[in-house]
Write a protein that binds this ligand. Structure first.
Ligand SMILES: CC(C)(COP(=O)(O)OP(=O)(O)OC[C@H]1O[C@@H](n2cnc3c(N)ncnc32)[C@H](O)[C@@H]1OP(=O)(O)O)[C@@H](O)C(=O)NCCC(=O)NCCS
Length: 164
């Protein structure tokens, strides 16, 4: 069954936190190490933080739910005062990757902000698959160290594109 994409609900923060931890370990352990990834994901994906993001009406907190009620994907975005949409997260559980869900989550997040004039995100430089994913959707690298953008405290590439 094709996963359903919808807004996250209060009470789902623990499931999203686990989804993010599993996906982060799968994606980044080889480069960053298990301990470093555990530390980052415990800080950034703490259930209380995710709960606040779910309840924040200025953010679009999306989840993808499979046919058995399990959460298998998540995206978080918001519109900055400069009219630039910030895509903070786009994550699909390893077992659900490569089946079009990341593309659907991406499209849904973009469509949630019809007033956005630009799109911006950050990605780790070694995350080749994600960089290719974004490049094939029109994003280009605009900044080698995204730490200045304030989204992350590990090295990142900032990527942007205009609305076509
Ligand atoms: C990046 C990510 C969101 C893509 O989601 P997905 O559900 O796997 O993507 P899709 O199935 O929609 O496929 C999208 C593209 O990846 C390609 N792809 C699918 N499986 C692939 C694989 N195993 N290896 C390389 N490319 C693959 C598809 O051919 C498709 O190509 P296109 O961009 O030319 O259309 C997902 O891989 C993911 O969650 N990665 C880990 C977390 C991450 O890195 N997030 C981004 C951080 S900024």
């Amino acid at each position: 069954m094709i996963p359903l994409i919808r807004r996250g609900r209060p009470g789902e923060e623990l499931a999203v936190s686990r989804l993010l931890a599993e996906t982060w370990h799968d994606t980044h352990d080889a480069e960053l190490g298990v301990e470093a990834v555990s530390a980052v994901t415990a800080k950034w994906h703490a259930p209380a933080l995710l709960r606040a993001q779910i309840e924040d009406p200025s953010r679009c907190f999306l989840v993808a739910e499979d046919g058995k009620g399990a959460l298998v994907g998540h995206a978080l975005s918001w519109l900055g005062e400069d009219g630039c949409l910030n895509l903070l997260r786009l994550y699909v559980l390893p077992r659900a990757q490569g089946q079009g869900l990341g593309s659907r989550l991406f499209d849904t997040a973009m469509a949630a902000w019809p007033d956005a004039r630009r799109f911006r995100l950050e990605v780790r430089p070694d995350n080749r698959r994600a960089i290719l994913f974004y490049e094939s959707r029109g994003f280009r690298i605009v900044q080698a160290n995204g730490a200045e953008a304030g989204f992350t405290d590990v090295p990142a590439l900032a990527m942007e594109r205009s609305r076509p």
